[in-house]
Design a protein around this ligand. Structure first.
Ligand SMILES: Nc1ncnc2c1ncn2[C@@H]1O[C@H](COP(=O)(O)OP(=O)(O)OP(=O)(O)O)[C@@H](O)[C@H]1O
Ligand SMILES: [Mg+2]
Length: 302
C-alpha cells in the first residue's frame, strides 16, 4: 500500500483575511470579554427633584471565565451595577456589553444566569421543577429537561432531594437549588448578588467551596457581590472595591490564589489568603476615607 499522496500540489495557504467581517467576528467570539462597562453612570430621581448618583464613571472589564467580586459599603451601587449588567435596569450614561452584545441582547440570548440573596424558589414546585423552570420557559423538550436537571442536581449535591419542596430544605440547600437553576442553560456568565448572605458561617464556607468547584467545572465567568472580605478573597481572581456617593470603583486587587479547582479549605489558613484579605481591607479603608464617603457600613472584616 502506498501512502496517500496529494494528487495535486497543496494549494497556497490563504493568508488570514484581516478585512473580512466574518473572520474578525469569529476571532472576537473566541476572546470576547464577558462584561465590559464603559463610562457607566446611573442617576436615580430622588425625593423633591433631588438626584441620587448611584454610580458614576464605572470602567470594568470581566474576562471570559474570570471570577470578579464587587465589594464596598452599603449603598455604593453594587446591586445597581449588577442589575445594569443583567439588563434589569438601564444606565443613564455609558455603555455595557456582555459577550460583545448589548446587555439587552445578552438577556434575550440567555447569556447569563442570576442568583440573588434570597433563593427565590417557587414554593409550589419541587426542587427538580424549580431547576427545570428556565428550560421549560424556553421550550426545551421533556427528555432534555430531565437529563439536564439530573446533571444539575448532581452538580449541587442534591440528587436525593429532587422531589422535595423548598420549605423542606435548609437555607443552604435552597441556595444550591437557586444556583442549579441559574446554571440550567449553561450560561457563560453568572451574576450573583450576596447569594450566601443569609447563611450561617459554616454553610457559607461550604457553599463557597462548592461554588469554586462548580465554576471550575462550567468555566463560567462570575460577577459576585459580597460584603465579606474573606469571601471575596477566597473566591475571586480579582476584587473590585467601590466607594459610595457617588458609587465609583476606587481599587482593583488581583488575588488569584490558584486554580479554582485546587482551592481547598486549607487555603483559608494560608499566608497568601491573609495577604489578600489585608490588601482588600486596606483598599476599603481608602475608599472609606474618600471625600464624602460614609463609614464602611456593612463590610464584614472578619
Ligand atoms: N430604584 C431606585 N430608586 C432610587 N434610588 C435607588 C434605586 N435603587 C438604588 N437606589 C440608590 O442607589 C444607591 C445604590 O444602591 P444599591 O442597592 O446599588 O447599593 P448596594 O451597594 O447594593 O448596597 P447594599 O450593600 O446595602 O446592598 C443607594 O443610594 C440607593 O438608595
Ligand atoms: Mg445590594
Amino acid at each position: 500500500m502506498s501512502s496517500p499522496t496529494p494528487s495535486t500540489p497543496a494549494p497556497e495557504p490563504t493568508p488570514p483575511d484581516t478585512t473580512s467581517g466574518a473572520t474578525a467576528t469569529a476571532v472576537a467570539d473566541a476572546t470576547t470579554e464577558a462584561v465590559v462597562a464603559r463610562g457607566v453612570e446611573r442617576v436615580f430621581a430622588g425625593a423633591k427633584g433631588a438626584e441620587v448618583v448611584a454610580l458614576t464613571g464605572i470602567e470594568l472589564t470581566v474576562h471570559a471565565g474570570e471570577f470578579v467580586s464587587l465589594i464596598g459599603p452599603s449603598g455604593c451601587g453594587k446591586s445597581t451595577l449588577l442589575r445594569l449588567i443583567a439588563d434589569l435596569d438601564e444606565p443613564t450614561a455609558g455603555e455595557i456589553r456582555v459577550f460583545g452584545r448589548t446587555a439587552k441582547q445578552a438577556r434575550i440570548d440567555q447569556s447569563y444566569g442570576i442568583a440573588f440573596q434570597q433563593a427565590g424558589l417557587l414554593p409550589w414546585r419541587s426542587v427538580a421543577a424549580n431547576i427545570e423552570l428556565p428550560l421549560q420557559l424556553h421550550g426545551a423538550d421533556a427528555a432534555t429537561r430531565r437529563a439536564r436537571v439530573a446533571e444539575l442536581l448532581d452538580l449541587v449535591g442534591l440528587a436525593d432531594f429532587a422531589k422535595h419542596y423548598p420549605d423542606q430544605l435548609s437555607g443552604g440547600m435552597q441556595q444550591r437549588v437557586a444556583i442549579a437553576r441559574s446554571l440550567a442553560e449553561q450560561p457563560r456568565l453568572l451574576l450573583m448578588d450576596e447569594p450566601f448572605g443569609a447563611l450561617d458561617e459554616m454553610t457559607r464556607e461550604r457553599m463557597q467551596t462548592e461554588l469554586l468547584r462548580i465554576r471550575a467545572e462550567t468555566g463560567a465567568a462570575v460577577v459576585f457581590v459580597t460584603h465579606s472580605i474573606p469571601e471575596a478573597v477566597y473566591l475571586s481572581d480579582r476584587v473590585v472595591v467601590m466607594s459610595p456617593r457617588p458609587g465609583r470603583i476606587t481599587d482593583e486587587i488581583d488575588v488569584r490564589l490558584g486554580d479554582a479547582a485546587d482551592r481547598g479549605e486549607d487555603l483559608r489558613e494560608d499566608a497568601a489568603f491573609f495577604a489578600g484579605v489585608t490588601a482588600v481591607r486596606e483598599a476599603l479603608h481608602g475608599a472609606e476615607s474618600a471625600p464624602a464617603a460614609g463609614a464602611a457600613r456593612g463590610v464584614d472584616v472578619r
